[in-house]
Design a protein around this ligand. Structure first.
Ligand SMILES: O=P(O)(O)OC[C@H]1O[C@H](OP(=O)(O)OP(=O)(O)O)[C@H](O)[C@@H]1O
Ligand SMILES: O=c1cc[nH]c(=O)[nH]1
Ligand SMILES: [Mg+2]
Length: 211
């Protein structure tokens, strides 16, 4: 597993406003969108391309274009949905699949309640979106699911990660070089309810309200 932590003052600035409990949903959604667009630049560094011949007004030349099959972007509902537009802004031709997953707040077990993905992901580059990597249970289950269906490689894009969740990921699939995790920041720890500290609270609730 390869980990990339964003090191950029704009990311740090936007994260600070995002964390603030006084930041209301409309601004929170806008900031998530902006942060993902900044992270997407790094996350797509190894997107597959192929040569593409064109003619400029001056001469014939060979550039590159995204290779087929196109990447597939997979937001983990709910909170990952807030990251979808920011990601597809950079990858407008990507396909989009959906995984609905919910952490049981008592057992901390990840429960999958929705799945709209191709059964066969052979040869596909997958970009998994979820703002919060807390215990890591949700992300490990989602990544395993994509690899079991044949994904060629998986890049997980998260806003905040806890060291405990990164350790679970490392223990579960540390030797996989076809897994990359891109995060805006690694926070201090989890609290007694397994929320990220300092964190930003419940990302889904802050995006969409308490349900
Ligand atoms: O690393 P973990 O300990 O598994 O926790 C992280 C998960 O918890 C949050 O989702 P939540 O279960 O709150 O669902 P929601 O997006 O519908 O709010 C978050 O978006 C992750 O999916
Ligand atoms: O801090 C946390 C942990 C899990 N899920 C969230 O939305 N926030
Ligand atoms: Mg939630």
């Amino acid at each position: 597993m390869r980990l990339h932590v964003a090191d950029h003052p704009l990311v740090a600035h936007k994260l600070t406003v995002l964390r603030d409990e006084n930041t209301a949903s409309p601004t929170f959604r806008l900031l998530v969108d902006e942060l993902v667009t900044l992270l997407a630049y790094e996350a797509t560094r190894e997107v597959r391309v192929e040569p593409h011949a064109i003619v400029t007004p001056v001469t014939a030349t060979v550039g590159i274009k995204l290779a087929d099959p196109r990447p597939i972007v997979v937001p983990i509902l709910r909170a990952g949905l807030g990251m979808l537009d920011g990601m597809t802004r950079l990858l407008p031709t990507a396909e989009v699949g959906f995984l609905g997953m919910k952490r049981d707040e008592e057992t901390l077990e990840a429960i999958t309640y929705a799945n709209r993905l191709p059964d066969d992901l052979s040869g596909r580059q997958c970009f998994l979106l979820d703002p919060m990597l807390a215990t890591g249970g949700t992300l490990v289950a989602a990544i395993n699911y994509l690899f079991e269906r044949g994904a060629r490689d998986v890049t997980a894009v998260c806003l905040l990660a806890a060291p405990e969740g990164l350790k679970l990921l490392e223990d579960a699939m540390g030797d996989r070089l076809d897994l990359k995790v891109v995060v805006a920041a690694v926070d201090e720890r989890l609290n007694e309810k397994s929320y990220i500290v300092p964190g930003l609270g419940d990302a889904g609730d802050r995006l969409y309200g308490v349900v």
